[in-house]
Design a protein. Structure first.
Length: 280
């Protein structure tokens, strides 16, 4: 594997793989760190920050939901202000130019679409919209942001450490005084339209991803340590089908043993070079 991980040797092999076309991408948090959105795990694989709120905790009661929304509201400006980096832009060019047949992302930041990959499949949903657990209505997060700002006039961005799911650490008194907004149609509980830890990805979305992976000739993993099964299963499925898996990630991943090509390189720089080599 030494030769595969070296800059000089890995990139030409990746160029050859993509030159054949029909490559599906599975991207993760490592692709968005250059946009200022932190990853839960660093290259050492050790978890940073606190553990994210689980679906079960969110459903369990009003105090947990107040904590979630208070933190999310405080971290909102950073997420809403995040812009695609050169990695997202290179992926968009490679998708438009032909080498990439599909883009599936585990990220909820919307940056693939913002970069121009309009048909990127958001496996874990998106932070730019909200779903009602009562009537299932989906509405723009911007609409809720305005309502939360009105309901919490004294609330200021008091957080310090932004987490990948778009929230921050907040003092308890600020959390306790936060006013949560309910669905304007039915009064139901609002939840960001993202898949929480402990929650299943909607079945039709999983099936779509399997179809995109089946139609592809190879799978390219970008910036994910593949710690969660919801993404890892597509890598295992591809490898089991006898198709090549390539991984570009800082640090080890759970699928390194399955990869035909493994590059431990910075995402933005690597993808920009890849697109340039392929004339995208
Ligand atoms: Zn509702």
């Amino acid at each position: 594997m030494d030769g595969m991980t070296a800059h000089e040797d890995g990139l030409p092999a990746l160029v050859r793989l993509l030159a054949g076309g029909g490559v599906a991408v599975l991207s993760g948090a490592g692709l968005s760190t250059e946009s200022g959105i932190p990853d839960y795990r660093g290259p050492d694989g050790i978890r940073r920050h606190r553990a994210p709120m689980t679906y079960q905790e969110f459903l369990a009661g009003e105090p947990a939901r107040r904590r979630y929304w208070a933190r999310s509201h405080a971290g909102r400006a950073v997420i809403a202000g995040a812009r695609p980096n050169v990695g997202h832009l290179a992926v968009a060019r490679l998708r438009a130019a032909g080498p990439l047949s599909a883009v599936i992302t585990q990220n909820v930041d919307g940056l693939h679409r913002a970069a121009g990959t309009a048909d990127a499949v958001e496996l874990h949903g998106g932070l730019d919209r909200v779903i009602c657990l009562g009537c299932a209505a989906v509405s723009p997060r911007a609409e809720l942001d305005e309502r939360l700002a009105v309901l919490n006039p004294a609330f200021r961005d008091a957080g310090s450490r932004l987490n990948p799911d778009g929230d921050v650490e907040l003092p308890e008194d600020l959390v306790a005084s936060f006013v949560v907004a309910d669905c304007t149609r039915c009064g139901g509980v609002l939840k960001p339209d993202v898949v929480f830890f402990g929650e299943s990805v909607p079945k039709d979305r999983v099936e779509l991803c399997y179809r995109l992976v089946d139609e592809a000739r190879a799978l390219l993993v970008l910036g994910s340590s593949l710690t969660v099964m919801s993404g890892l299963r597509f890598v295992r499925h591809t490898a089991k089908s006898g198709k090549p898996v390539a991984i570009v990630n800082r640090g080890t991943t759970r699928a390194d043993a399955l990869a035909a090509l493994r590059l431990d390189r910075p995402l933005g720089e690597t993808l920009t070079a890849l697109a340039a080599h392929l004339g995208a």
